[in-house]
Ligand binder design. Sequence first.
Ligand code: NAP
Length: 265
Amino acid sequence: MKYAVLDRGDSLSQELAKRFHELAAAQGFERNDQFPETVISIGGDGTLLHAFHTFMDQMHDVAFVGVHTGHLGFYADWKADELDELVAVMASAEPKRVRYPLAQIELETKEGPASYLALNEFTLKGVDGTLVAQININDEMFEMFRGDGIVISTPTGSTAYNKSVGGAVIHPSIPSLQIAEIASINNRVFRTLGSSVILPEHHHCDIISKKEQRLLLTIDHVNIEREDIHSIRCSVSDRRVCFARYRPFPFWNRVREAFLGYEVK
Ligand code: NAP
């Protein structure tokens, strides 16, 4: 097996990364930082976002495994004290490969098009004031937004920023995008639905900038500031991210453990 390890950079994660390399060498795994088959992310869900963006161009060939150095995460489902068990099972068993939907973001700008993929979400905010934008769904005007911002999340990202702004938690087997508002202003001119909206994979939405404004785009943890954006199209990507699951950990158990605090047996 060709593998690479990415760690969060703190001393515990670095120590675990070193230990993983030792255990992996003993099993005859081949370390390959450029073209791995399996990427081990050690840290948290945030570390896995970094790993995803590092290997995004090889998405077709790579499967991710997440080790959490704190509480169990949504992407990181192995604990720090389970490293030996993880390497042993990687050496002896074929994983179940689960594939989760991603969000595709396509910008129309004065300088031409640009496109991105998000694992968690894409967030749009105004830099100097409120964001003013028209939202179209399937090429028809849906609402006129003014407020702090808009979060467009994937199903696996629905437990992240989306949840903090009141969006619903979506099971990752439902290929969809969720549009959630951050503090919308509602009056006669600007009127929004108020609740989040979930689009199926054959639908798309366009966010059309309605004034000269500097925009802050955040794709997972990556910030981009631009003032030349005309519109942004969001849809479910035809690419997917692959996770190697060496043991089951049902999504609703993760949700229960992360947010309700009940121990998962
Ligand atoms: P960060 O501010 O260091 O971490 C944000 C938190 O979100 C961390 O606790 C992280 O868990 C958790 N997280 C990440 N993905 C998640 C998921 N799919 N489900 C549940 N929790 C998740 O930022 P970062 O590490 O660079 O991560 C960027 C992410 O932060 C963005 O994708 C966005 O979702 C999130 N964010 C949330 C808010 C908010 O909720 N108000 C605001 C901005 C950004 P770990 O501790 O396991 O890494």
